[in-house]
Design a protein. Structure first.
Length: 418
């Protein structure tokens, strides 16, 4: 029997429910990930105890009714949240997304039966080991994604399962069972019923998959529903998009920038701002990604510096992290040009030297500041910023050493000249 190493709070919850004559198991993604050798991010628990009974048993813990309608509550233990859900059967679904009517039940198999894919329909506790009624273990071994029960019914109930299937294909590199895949295409129009937020969340997760090429290779007709801009791509352009995005470094902002670029191919350079605005309205993307992506797009054609001085001048306008991302973007776009890649690698090496040796490229690194200039006679106002910029340029040009005494003397000199 396979044993899963359960976290102490999870074990405590299960044992407590069992002491009160109820069943309890960890279920779903945590079991799947454990079997795949991946550390589970969350440990969800299912039980035949009703929400009322759960609250009574854990009366002395902080309980949040996260989804009480669906029998889900969160128990806070050691400042961490653990979801407990009562076994249920989903009777009716609304708008191809969520059940509008559910029934609490006392049967684990029936609860597992309502889940999307067999790899997510397994449960575990230390007493009985892994409960696998739908061949989830077998499908994990064969790297196959297969629906529990009738695939079309599953996708008609909840169309987001289509996106989840593509995400698992991208993240785990699994193939999708023929019947399940056919049903995904057949019911793909139902994605139009989903909110932009839910579609965007799944799509962004898909873009971060190690096997992203699988998603582009097999699910073009579904991806164009999410991003209509992709419809205009020719067969060759789609292949190039698949190749460039899947082979680049697995950073979401980098893959988004590449996706935006190849979505428009020939008009991309002429319409940077328009394209970014348009695609940002099709997908809801957090600002922590849109801001660097916008900078990457706007600076995609910047010339490559060939020395330390030129690198420091670049860093006057662009922060090191964004500049490094731009270089990775340019490298991803130049995978067929050895000479161009050589120049990009040199630029990256120059950046590394600047950072490693703390070479001055920013006013923040100067050994003097505005207060020092005021002490030697400068008046508050634009003159201080102008003086600091002049000092920084002299340091970058190697005409000055970044030493406080040296910089003070130089500041006095230019102040007197002015």
């Amino acid at each position: 029997m396979t044993f899963l190493k359960l976290p102490k709070p999870v074990l405590f919850i299960i044992k407590t429910l069992e002491k009160n004559n109820f069943e309890a198991y960890v279920v779903g993604g945590c079991v799947r990930d454990y079997l795949l050798g991946i550390k589970p991010k969350d440990w969800d628990i299912c039980t035949n105890a009703t929400p009322t009974q759960i609250k009574k048993i854990f009366y002395n813990f902080n309980i949040i009714e996260t989804g009480i309608k669906f029998g889900t509550m969160s128990i806070i233990i050691d400042k961490k949240s653990f979801e407990i859900t009562t076994y249920r059967r989903d009777l009716e679904y609304a708008n191809h997304r969520k059940p509008s009517k559910t029934l609490f039940i006392n049967n684990l198999k029936e609860d597992l039966k309502r889940r999307d894919f067999t790899i997510n329909a397994m449960a575990y506790n230390d007493k009985f080991g892994i409960v696998d009624h739908f061949n989830g273990i077998s499908h994990i071994k064969s790297k196959t994604i297969c629906c529990v029960g009738n695939p079309s019914e599953k996708f008609q109930e909840d169309a987001l399962r289509i996106m989840r299937g593509i995400r698992f294909c991208s993240i785990y590199g699994f193939d999708i069972d023929k019947k399940t895949r056919n049903a995904m295409f057949k019911n793909s129009h139902l994605l139009n019923f989903l909110s932009t937020e839910r579609i965007s969340s799944e799509f962004l997760k898909t873009l971060q998959g190690k096997y992203l090429s699988n998603a582009f290779k097999y699910f073009k007709n579904i991806l164009v529903i999410i991003m209509p801009e992709l419809k205009s791509l020719t067969r060759i352009q789609w292949k190039l998009t698949e190749k460039y995005i899947s082979q680049c470094e697995n950073l979401l902002q980098l893959r988004l920038a590449l996706l935006f670029k190849f979505s428009y191919f020939n008009n991309f350079q002429q319409n940077n701002d328009y394209i970014f605005f348009k695609l940002s309205n099709n997908l809801i993307i957090p600002k922590k990604y849109t801001n660097p992506v916008e900078k990457i797009i706007k600076n995609q054609n910047m010339p490559m510096p060939s020395n330390i001085k030129e690198t420091c001048h670049v860093l006057l306008k662009i922060d090191p992290n964004t500049y490094s991302m731009i270089l990775k973007f340019k490298k991803a776009c130049a995978i067929n040009s050895k000479n161009h890649i050589k120049k990009i690698l040199k630029a990256q090496n120059l950046l590394d030297i600047v950072i490693k040796n703390n070479i001055c490229y920013s006013k923040k690194q100067l050994k003097i500041n505005g207060e020092d200039l005021i002490k030697i006679g400068y008046k508050q106002g634009p003159a201080i910023g102008q003086a600091l910029n002049k000092i920084l340029n002299e340091i970058i040009s190697k005409n000055l050493k970044n030493d406080k005494d040296v910089l003070i003397e130089f500041a006095k000199k230019i102040n007197n000249n002015d």
